[in-house]
Each structure stands twice: as C-alpha cells, then as structure tokens.
Design a protein around this ligand. Structure first.
Ligand code: 3H9
Length: 701
C-alpha cells in the first residue's frame, strides 16, 4: 500500500488506485506521493495489466490542495503536472472512475487517464480561474485536444463545471455509467488490456486542434466576448493565452508555457485575494455559539409577505429550490402585479434558453397567492418583505404571530430596522430573525442573516441551512443601523458627496471607483436604485440628525428637482429615452458648484488617488468599528458581504483583505490626517488604531 492517502486493491489483473484524502480528496503532498508510488508499483508488477484511478468517499477529487499554494514546495514530492504525465505515459491502460466531482487538478488527473467513465450525478470542470489561477497540471493543453477549442475555452474561462451528460456530449467523458462506476471501469480496463489496442493518450490527440488552426481569429473574438465579464481579472486572459499556446505549440512547449503562467498567477495578489474569498465563503458557516450539530428545522413550506420587487424575488428563490411558497398581499391588484413580474422574470430566463417552458410552469405552480394571513398557518418559515416602516412591520409581525403555527420562524427582510423591536411585536422573539436579501433577490447571492438579542441557535441554524439550500451565501450579523453592508456603504457614500462639495464631479468619482473594480460608482448606483427612497428616509431622520456632524444636501436638492434617477430619466446624471447610460449633466454641475459657494468652499482640484482613499478608507474604518462591536464575527465575513452583495471586486478579496494589502498603518495614518482636515465622520476606529500600533492586520484577528 503506497500510503494512507492512496490505497491500491487488485481485481483480477487490474490495480484500482483510490485517492483517499477527506474531505475532498485534495491532491496534497501525501496524495501525490501515494499516486507516484502506486503508479511505479503497477508498472513494475507483471500481474497488473491495467489500472483504474478513483476517489474514496463522496467524490473523485476536488483538485489541488489550495492551502499548499504560497507555501514552499515540500521536498521529494512530485509536482502534479509531472505526475499526470507519468500517469498518461503508462504502458498499461488507465481508466478513470469518476463520481461526485472531478474539479481542477482532479479533472486534470482524469484527463491524463486513457478512458473516463462517470456516474450520472458527476460534475466535472476546471474552476481554477475562480481562484485567480489557470489549470496548471496540463488542463489547458489536454482539454482543447479532447473537446475542441471553443468548448475548452468555455470550460476553462468560465470555471463552471458541467454535468456528466454534457461532459459526455462534448467528449470529455467517454461514457456515463449507471451503477457501480468502479466495477464498470475495472471491466473496461480489463477489456482494453485484452484487446491490446493502442492506448489513446490525450496529449497525442491532434484532430480537434487542427480544426482551430483553420480559425485563428477565434481567440481574439473570445477575448473580446469575455471583456465585460473578465474586467480587471488577470487569470481569464492567462487561460486564453494557454489554450492558444496549445494550438500553436507542440504539447511539451505548451505545457512549459502553462507552467510559467501558472507560477505568475499563483504568486499574484489577485490569486491570493481570490483564494481568500474561497475560504472566507466557507468560514461564514462557522458560528461559535451555534455548533454544527445544532438542530435545524426542516423547511418544507414557506411564505412571503409582500409581493413587490423584493418579495417576488424572494418567492422565486424558494420555488427555484423546490420549496412551495405562499405569497400574501393586502390587495388582489398587488398580487396580480407581483405575479405578473415573477412570470415576466421567468419568461426572460426561458427566452435565454436557461429554463424550459415546462420548468417555468412547474415553478409558477408552486406559488400560491392569498389575501388571508390564515393561509400562512402551515409555513415553516415566513419572510416579511413589506415597506421599510417600523409601525407597519410590527403590525405584520403581530398578525403573523397570531396566524402561524408555533414552531414557524418569522423573518424580516429589513435592510435597516431594529430586528429586536420587530421581534417585540411577537410572542416568539426566539424565532424572529432578519434575512436581508439583496436586489434583485432572485439573482444576488448574499443573505445578511441578522440575529436579534433573543434569536435562538436553532433559528439561526435553520436560516443558515436554508440560505445554502436557496443557493445563497448566508452571513450572520448583529443588529445595528444598516447592519454590516449598508452601514459601511453610508460611510463611503457620505464621503463621495463631500468630495463633490469640495471640488469633484459625479462622473469623476464614479470613474475612479469603477476603475477600482466596482460595478459602478456611487452616483450611477444611486440613479439605478432610485433617489426617492433615501430622500424619504433622510426626511424622517431630520429631527434627530446630530447637528455637529456634516451633512451634504446635494442629493436632497436633486430630489427636490423631481429627479429620482433612471426611472425619471434624470438624477445625478441625465438619460436619453430608453437608455441606461449616464450622461453628465451641466445642470447638476451648476447645482454642485452653487452648493459649494453657499458653504463658502473654494473648489479645488481633486485627484484620483484622493477620491479612492476618501471613499474606501472610511468604508474600511466603519468595518473596523463593526468588528469591534461584534456586529460581524470575522473580518472575512465582511469581505464576503461586500463581494457578494455590493460587487466589491473579488480579485481584491473584499474591503478588509484589501485593507491588509494596503497596510493597516497606511490607512490609519490617512484616517488621522483626514480627521484633522475634515473632522466629524473621519475619526479612526479604535480597532484600526490598535492594529496599527501592534503592527498586526485584520487577517490576524
Ligand atoms: C487546482 O487544482 C490547480 C491545478 O490546476 C494545478 C496545480 C499545480 N483544497 O466546499 P466544501 C475544503 S486549484 C483545499 O464545504 P462541499 C474546504 O475549505 C483547485 N481545501 O464542501 C472545506 O474546509 P473546512 C481547483 C479544500 O462538499 C472542506 O474542504 N479546485 C479544497 O460543499 C469542504 O469544502 C477547486 O477550485 C481544495 N481544493 O464542496 C474546487 N476544496 O471544512 C474547490 C475544498 O475546513 N472546492 N476544500 O471549511 C470546491 O469547489 C468544493 O469544495 C467541492 C466540495 C465541490 C469540492
């Protein structure tokens, strides 16, 4: 037996080599050593006529051990690419028996085998690009040889795994087998040995490359087509370069090219950030006082109160996950409008070919509508998504408390209001929790799950499990104004407005933040979201607003002009009819200049770097306060919120990870300077000051 991580059994002349490295059969040092020993032994052993490679437990392999990247390579352990070359070079036929997933290096191991069999539930692919990497163990060279260049580019650059059926259709697996895949692979391996037919090595296949050689423009076109999706990312472009090298260079040279590009990426800041994102998204499910064995209730039926934009999107999430949902509204007209929007959303997906008509009808059939709270009695979870008004929410929760069965969880989709106060309207505060979805709720992956003072561990466990089931990333946060995401957003927005008063213009600020990697800057974003909601909230806060804190009136003045953003054709920008392209508007520039004049401010030239620091450092500073107050459990949770809810560029790893890269001391010093210059909102957070004085970072907490 080679070692604990790789076992070998013999079945009538076939050596079955099994990777056994829970939880995902990652191809760490022990597995690589074990595989090398197993291959050498099988080559030497005359009783072995063929080989099968497979994985123990739930899957074939989840790929290279990501935790090894950035560490010095262990001595005397083969590199994965060498090992796969050795596997492919075997004189005895090798069959891969794939089940569960074969991802990244796991898929590359399969590509090195001579035949690939997979169970129907297998997902197979090369997700390295999502880690800021490229398939670095021959994947960029073997995949196009096997499936052709267009399919290989899709797989490698999207990083999205495909089903066994799709893999078979494109030639990535040779056969999908029902039943015991290892048995089938053993039989196939034995048959290949019996036939003595020539071995089909992927690296030697040429036909599919020849097709691409006739259409060299395919690469330029592909780069162009991915430009929007890949904006700011390095890895997708490196992936395309490598596939191009597969076409233009001999296999060995292509492999060397791939290796060099992989080395560049694995040491890049982008990949470090994207690997951080990978682990951060898994860390969120670990909650110290809600251990993994906390019982979570079964959610067999759900309800949503309110069928506006958010309520409708939330209802879609449930039925997409196969959970029937009852939607409550106060009038038939509201229900009809809401259901029409849901139908329209599904129809758009159908027209893009991403959903069948039948599946759409099935999903719609799982939605029941009602005007009667009594019809929510059987729901296991109810999500309230009514207008952001405390009195209204309390009224709804009182009604839900009376109508719903005692074990039902009552959740609120509030984005700012106090979950404890909402819970006080019920007799079951332990079963009240916030579930803050992001718009559009059927698309955005983030759920900020807000625990109140009395929310029970079981309620938290149920909602965190439910988030996963809905295909979301649930991050647990505590109660405060705006929770984690919006509270930090206010800090950033505020400075963006002050920058305008001091000398900048909206399109300048937006351009700097877009270039930083955000999907859009704060002003374009405000126009998209609509300016009127914030205006109404600010009017409500006028009486309690602390007088010593600076307040920018520009947004209010724009609203007074009847400009509410894209929906009125004008806001911070103006819009041509039917277009969403923001056009800088001289009327707004005039307004901004006049407001500076009213304040007696001499407008000055403001540079890109100042804009970036003025917006981003206060955002990080607010994140530090949130951490200190225990509103977020970890700095990395804040990163997950910003990457999944606000489009913070994944290649920067989220604001707190980015802050560590910039340097906590640099940010602290800048905040002190900004506080001296501009006062009020810019006082450095105590945690930031502490980390700076200790010379530590958010990542060390
Ligand atoms: C690569 O292969 C490079 C090569 O091309 C070239 C090399 C030269 N490594 O997600 P889960 C941990 S790059 C280390 O909750 P699931 C994970 O952190 C790799 N650790 O399970 C978690 O730990 P913990 C390309 C890993 O069942 C635990 O395993 N491959 C790795 O929901 C369970 O994970 C990928 O990008 C890893 N590769 O999903 C695939 N994978 O319990 C990445 C997982 O301490 N992995 N862990 O929190 C996945 O997509 C999913 O984990 C998988 C299982 C679908 C496999």
């Amino acid at each position: 037996m080679p070692n604990d991580a790789v076992t070998v059994s013999h079945r009538d002349g076939v050596a079955v080599i099994t990777m056994d490295n829970p939880p995902v059969n990652g191809l760490g040092a022990a597995v690589r050593n074990g595989l090398r020993a197993a291959l050498e032994e099988a080559a030497r052993d005359d009783t072995v006529r063929a080989l099968v490679v497979t994985g123990a437990g739930r899957m074939f392999s989840g790929g290279a051990d990501i935790r090894e990247f950035g560490q010095p390579p262990p001595p005397d352990v083969p590199w994965l690419p060498e090992l796969i070359n050795q596997l492919e070079a075997s004189e005895k036929p090798v069959v891969a028996a794939i089940h569960g997933v074969a991802l990244g290096g796991g898929c590359e191991v399969a590509l090195g085998c001579h035949v690939r069999l997979a169970t129907p539930d297998t997902r197979i692919g090369l997700p390295e690009v999502t880690l800021g990497l490229l398939p670095g163990a021959g994947g960029t060279q073997r995949m196009p040889r096997l499936v052709g260049v267009p399919a290989a580019l899709d797989l490698i650059v999207s990083g999205t795994p495909v089903s066994a059926a799709k893999a078979a259709a494109i030639g990535l697996v040779d056969e999908v087998v029902e039943g015991d895949v290892v048995e089938a692979a053993v039989a196939r391996a034995r048959a290949l040995a019996d036939e003595g037919a020539p071995i089909r090595r992927t690296s030697a296949l040429e036909d599919r490359l020849a097709e691409a050689r006739g259409t060299p423009e395919i690469f330029a076109e592909f780069r162009q087509s991915m430009a929007r999706r890949a904006r700011g990312f390095e890895a997708p472009y490196a992936c395309v370069d490598c596939v191009e090298a597969a076409v233009s260079q001999p296999f060995a040279d292509g492999l060397a090219f791939e290796r060099a590009r992989f080395q560049e990426l694995v040491t890049s800041d982008q990949s470090k950030a994207q690997r951080h994102a990978f682990f951060a998204e898994r860390e969120v499910s670990k909650i110290p006082d809600v251990p993994k064995d906390t019982p979570a209730a079964t959610v067999a039926a759900a309800a949503v109160v309110g069928c506006g934009t958010m309520g409708g999107g939330i209802a879609m999430n449930f039925v997409n996950a196969g959970i029937p949902v009852t939607v409550f509204e106060v009038s038939q007209a509201a229900l009809d409008t809401g259901m029409a929007v849901i139908r329209k959303n599904y129809a758009a997906t159908v027209s893009k070919g991403r959903l069948t008509e039948t599946a759409m009808e099935e999903r719609l059939a799982r939605i029941t509508t009602t005007l009667d709270y009594g019809d929510l009695a059987e729901a296991d979870v109810v999500i309230e998504a009514v207008f952001e008004d405390m009195a209204l929410k309390k009224e709804v929760f009182g009604a839900l408390d009376a109508a719903c069965k005692p074990p039902a969880i009552l959740a609120t989709n509030t984005s700012t209001l106090d979950v404890n106060e909402i819970a006080s309207a019920t007799s079951r505060p332990d079963k009240v929790i916030g579930t803050h979805f992001f718009s559009p709720a059927n698309v955005m992956r983030l759920m900020e799950n807000v625990r109140g003072d009395r929310t029970s561990p079981e309620t938290i466990a149920t909602i965190m499990t439910l988030s996963k089931r809905l295909g979301k990333i649930g991050v647990l946060v505590g109660v405060c104004d705006g929770f984690v995401g919006n509270r930090m957003l206010y800090a950033y927005r505020r400075q963006a407005d002050f920058l305008l008063e001091e000398g900048a213009l909206p399109h300048h600020v937006d351009r700097v933040l877009y270039d930083f990697g955000l999907p859009m800057g704060p002003f374009a974003m405000a126009d998209l979201a609509g300016l009127d909601v914030g205006w109404r909230i600010r009017q409500g806060q006028a009486a309690t607003r602390p007088k010593h804190l600076r307040y920018s009136t520009i947004a209010d003045r724009i609203c007074e002009m009847g400009r509410f953003g894209q929906k009125t054709g004008a806001g911070w920008y103006r819009y041509e009819a039917g277009s969403r392209t923001p056009i800088p508007d001289p009327a707004i520039e005039e307004l901004i200049v006049s407001i500076s004049r009213e304040h007696g401010t001499t407008r000055r030239k403001i540079g890109d770097q100042e804009i970036l620091e003025r917006c981003m450092y206060p955002l990080v500073n607010e994140g530090a306060k949130i951490l200190d107050e225990g509103i977020a459990l970890r700095a990395s949770d804040i990163d997950v919120i910003w990457m999944n809810g606000y489009g913070f560029p994944r290649y920067r790893g989220g604001p707190m990870f980015w802050a560590d890269q910039v340097g906590v001391t640099t940010i602290h010093d800048a905040m002190r300077r900004l506080h001296d210059e501009h006062g009020d909102w810019l006082e450095p957070a105590p945690l930031l000051a502490r980390l700076a004085s200790e010379g530590t970072a958010f990542g060390d907490l």
